[in-house]
Structures are given as C-alpha cells and as structure tokens.
Ligand binder design. Structure first.
Ligand SMILES: [Zn+2]
Length: 311
C-alpha cells in the first residue's frame, strides 16, 4: 500500500512518493481525521520556481491537526523536485517538459509524464484538488484563482465556490489548458482549482499567506477543517485569457506591467534578434487586464510573453 494511504484515523504522517522508473521522490504529509469525510489533495511546486506555493504547502502541512479534521488532507510539499533543485522555471530538467502540461500522465512515459501519473493516482482517490502556483522565476503576475470550464455543472459550481473561497479577487474560468492539474481534476469529476500568487522567483510573505489562508478556507468550505469558511467579496470573474507567445528566440522588451489595463491593439512589447532587428511586435489582442508578463530579456521560441484577461 502506498504510504500516503496508510494514515490511521486521527493520525498524521510524512513520507515521500517514489515515482516508478525515476529517482524522483515527492515529499508529502497526510493527516486523517478521527471521523470520515472528504479527501483533499493540496499540491505545491508543480512548477519548481514558484516558491510561495511551496512554502505554503509546508506551512499548511505543519499546521494540520489530525485530531480536528473530518476526512483527510494530503499535501504534496514539492511536486516537481528536479525543477526546484535545478532552479528551472517551467521545465523539468529530467526531460525538458512542463509538468503542468503532462497530466494525467503516463506511467510508461518520460519522467514528467510518470510524475504526473503518480500525482493523478492520488487525485483519483481525492474528492477535491487545490494546486498552488504563482509567477515563475521570470514571470510577473497579478494573483488569480482559476478552474476549468469542464465537467458537470456540479463540479464546475463547486470549483467556482472553492476558487472564490481562496480569497483572491480575480477568478478566471479557463478553457483549453491541456495537460494541467485542474483540467485533469475536472475530467476525473473532481472539483479542482489552481491558485496563482507570487512572482519572479521571490518568496514573498504576502503571497505565501494568501496561499495558506486560501487553502485553509477551502478546507473549511468543504467541511474538512472545523468552522465556517470566511466569506470574501465576490471576485471579478474573467471568462478566459489570451496568451501571446514568442514566434522565435529573441530579446524581449516588455512595455506593460502585470495589472495594467490595455486596449486592443496597444503595444505590449517587442522581440528583437541579437542585433536589435525587430522579430515580433506584440500587441494586445483584446482590451483587458494584463494577468502576466515575461520579465526575462532572454526568450525562447514559443515562450509565453504575456496574457490578457477576457471578460
Ligand atoms: Zn505554475
């Protein structure tokens, strides 16, 4: 039996999930309450450079009191150890893949696909999934919570309530995000959210707190933690986001900031070659709030450059 399944009622234990066919071990804490209730999967560090969500996973795990729970909480402290220790944004150094595009994974596939498959097995045993992210090492972003516009009305409504309970004032209802945690959760019939807070490789305490308070409020909402969930003001709801990507490798000079309002056609930034000749002029495809911008001068082909939220 996997160790994470072996917690007895009222018990809290630690361990590591060994990903078959790799040397990867994903550290976890599981806490099981004395009485039955839902199982919630909480994951941090699917992207290894998004530090507040990783620190928050550790804090949430340490704060869990098994005796006070109804049901079970499984916290993955660091879902992508190779990316974290390699200080790699987006990509897992073992195979060059973005783990959050590899779900539900493949137990016979590459390292990231195997890691995704191992996490998906846990998600299948859970009733809810909270996945903590933020801007990566070279990304600036405004905090937002998101869930996939997939699954039954009940799954979507519950995910919406979870995302709203996280306490972040922006909520993005996402379409077309193949291979992501929250999309896979929805396809498994589990309400799943992804929360973004933090940016640019910084471990800032405000973002860490946002994640800790967000997770604990969702745990109250679904009845695993005692007490009533804090009711936050209704978030601004965006129906989708549009992402612009680099057509070629180049030098990126961004003209806007995360949180700026842009109008359709506004210049967002320019990509030049190493001699300064223009490769790509990026303009806003639609009016809206800038959710994210790449802050790196070095840009690879197909790297994300910026995203605008769509009402
Ligand atoms: Zn991420």
């Amino acid at each position: 039996m996997d160790t994470w399944r072996s917690a007895a009622p009222g018990e809290k234990l630690r361990g590591a999930i060994r990903v078959p066919g790799t040397d990867v071990e994903i550290p976890f804490t599981v806490a099981r309450g004395p009485s039955d209730g839902p199982t919630v999967l909480v994951s941090g560090g699917v992207h290894g450079g998004e530090y507040p969500g990783i620190a928050a996973a550790v804090s949430v795990a340490r704060r869990l009191d098994a005796a006070g729970l109804r049901g079970t909480v499984i916290v993955l402290h660091l879902t992508n150890p190779p990316a974290f220790w390699g200080k790699s944004q987006y990509w897992n150094p073992l195979d060059g893949k973005n783990l959050n595009r590899c779900f539900p994974g493949d137990p016979e596939g590459s390292a990231s696909e195997r890691m995704a498959a191992a996490v998906t097995e846990i998600a299948k045993s859970a009733d809810y999934w909270i996945d903590m992210h933020g801007g990566d090492i070279h990304e600036a972003l405004v905090p937002f919570a998101t869930y996939a516009d997939l699954g039954t009305a009940e799954v979507r409504e519950t995910a919406h309530r979870m995302a709203a309970a996280y306490g972040i004032p922006r909520l993005l209802v996402s379409s077309g995000f193949a291979g992501g945690t929250f999309e896979t959760g929805a396809q498994l019939g589990k309400p799943a959210i992804l929360a973004e807070a933090g940016q640019m490789g910084q471990l800032d305490p405000d973002s860490e707190r946002t994640h800790v308070e967000g997770v604990e409020n969702v745990l109250r909402l679904v009845g695993v933690l005692p007490g009533d969930a804090v009711r936050h003001a209704e978030p601004v709801v965006y129906t989708d986001s549009i992402w612009s990507r680099a057509a070629a490798p180049g030098f990126w000079r961004c003209a806007v900031h995360a949180g700026d309002q842009v109008a359709e056609g506004d210049l967002v930034g320019t990509l030049t070659d190493v001699y300064g000749d223009l490769l790509q002029e990026v303009t806003a495809p639609q009016s809206g709030e800038v959710l994210f911008v790449a802050t790196s001068y070095a840009i690879g082909a197909d790297d994300p450059l910026f995203a605008v939220a769509v009402r």
